[in-house]
Design a protein around this ligand. Sequence first.
Ligand SMILES: [Zn+2]
Length: 96
Amino acid sequence: MEDLQGIVTIRSDSYRPCPLCHEGMVGAGAGDDEVLAVQVNHLLTHEQTRLLHVGQETSRDGDGNPYQTTVAVIGLPEPPPEPPKYDIRVVTPSSE
Ligand SMILES: [Zn+2]
C-alpha cells in the first residue's frame, strides 16, 4: 500500500469545501447522509484519493441531546493544501 500523506474527515453534520479544489461540495444539513455521499464521491474523483473508513459517530447538539453523525475518512496522496487566504484590505474613505 502506498503511503497516504494526508487524510480528510467529512462529517454529515458540517459543511466543508473540498480541501483539494475548494469547490464541488455543497453544504450538508445535520445528519444529511445523501449530501455526505455527494462529498465523498466528489473527493474520490480526485486522483489517488481513497475511501478509508465510513462509520457512525455520536455527537451532541447545543442542548446536549445525542444524535448520530456519519463520518467518512478519505486518504489523500498529499497533505491537504492550505485553505485560500482572504485578502483583507482596510479601505479608508477619502474625505471630501
Ligand atoms: Zn475537489
